[in-house]
Write a protein that binds this ligand. Structure first.
Ligand SMILES: Nc1ncnc2c1ncn2[C@@H]1O[C@H](COP(=O)(O)OP(=O)(O)OP(=O)(O)O)[C@@H](O)[C@H]1O
Ligand SMILES: [Mg+2]
Length: 311
């Protein structure tokens, strides 16, 4: 089956920042795909190239077989992007905004679908409100609606739930899930890793513009899972600091591979005279897997010392 989105050798530099560094990715039709990575990893840059808003320095991208540069119009029509930044015209109402967007795609009688979108995004009561009068979360809902007006086969959501309340999150996800079940390909970027874990069948993790992990969510969880020790203590033996996933005050989260590691940790603590106040052992979730993968991937300077000359 042809991929819905096909990315080959994609690179983009902004001044001294290599935002994308040779990314290869293929998302099959019908997938619910997660694109994860820390701030600045290159996710929005990748999505902007997909949407034809930013030009790549090297590589190519196809959406439903259409090259985003050579076949821009067809690629754009196959794609609905919910952008990370809130951009809209404050003087139009919500319904006008969606009608105008429909007009861009030559859809003049689209009101039945627009009504359905408004309903699912819980915006029906705001249909005639001016965009400038909406709250931040409501504006984001309109952005989601705008991306969907032309029923694109590929839907890309760049942090759609940032600043959105719990209720909308639930209704948004059930709407997007339904679209996915109807055959739409969905690519999602989010920093809420429990959302990605629940929704995405496959996940790519980006760091410093490179794909550092790419697999089914299940495989990522089981391959990198291990266990997480959460302990409350004043200090941690220095030898265990490389295993530290997260620390808040006296609470330390440490990744271990097998129960025997826990014995070793406790023995080290005892020898060092460090007292453990509290201890729990958890199965790793996607957040912990993510932290492990990010920690174990060296910085770009350490990866390619010869190719990046000093400037
Ligand atoms: N227009 C621009 N001009 C200069 N640098 C840019 C521009 N856009 C992105 N960058 C840089 O490229 C890198 C990747 O940015 P990008 O927005 O793609 O990251 P991201 O993964 O979407 O991050 P976030 O999770 O914060 O949204 C960053 O270092 C960023 O500062
Ligand atoms: Mg971004």
């Amino acid at each position: 089956m042809r991929p819905a989105v096909d990315v080959v050798g994609l690179s983009r530099r902004y001044g001294r920042v290599q935002a994308l560094d040779g990314v290869d990715l293929s998302v099959a039709e019908g997938e619910f795909f997660g694109l994860l990575g820390p701030n600045g990893a290159g996710k929005t840059t990748l999505i902007s190239i997909l949407a034809g808003l930013v030009r790549a320095d090297a590589g190519r991208v196809r959406v439903m077989g259409h090259d985003v540069v050579d076949d821009y119009r067809a690629a754009r029509r196959a794609l609905g992007v919910v952008p990370q930044e809130l951009v809209f015209d404050p003087f139009f109402t919500v319904r006008e905004t969606l009608r105008i967007q429909s007009g861009y795609f030559g859809l003049s009688r689209n009101d039945a679908w627009i009504d359905e979108i408004l309903h699912h995004l819980d915006l029906a009561s705001k249909a005639d409100a001016n965009m400038r009068s909406l709250s931040g979360g409501m504006k984001r809902r309109v952005l989601v609606g705008q991306a969907l007006v032309h029923r694109p086969p590929v839907i890309v959501l760049d942090e759609p739930t940032a600043g959105v309340d719990v209720e909308l999150r639930q209704s948004l996800w059930s709407f997007i899930r339904r679209l996915n079940a109807d055959g739409h390909t969905v690519i999602l970027t989010t920093h809420y890793l429990e959302e990605a874990e629940a929704l995405c069948g496959r996940i790519a993790m980006l760091k410093d513009g490179r794909v550092v992990a790419l697999d089914t969510t299940q495989a990522l969880l089981s391959r990198n899972a291990g266990l997480t020790v959460r302990l409350v203590a004043r200090a941690l033996p220095p030898a265990w600091l490389p295993r530290l996933l997260r620390r808040t005050g006296d609470t330390w989260h440490i990744g271990i591979d097998r129960p025997a590691d826990l014995e070793a940790l406790l023995a080290d603590m005892r020898v060092a005279g460090m007292h453990v106040d509290e201890l729990t052992l958890d199965e790793a979730d996607l957040e912990q897997v993510f932290l492990r993968i990010m920690q174990s991937t060296p910085a770009p300077s350490a990866r390619a010392p010869a190719t990046e000359g000093a400037r």
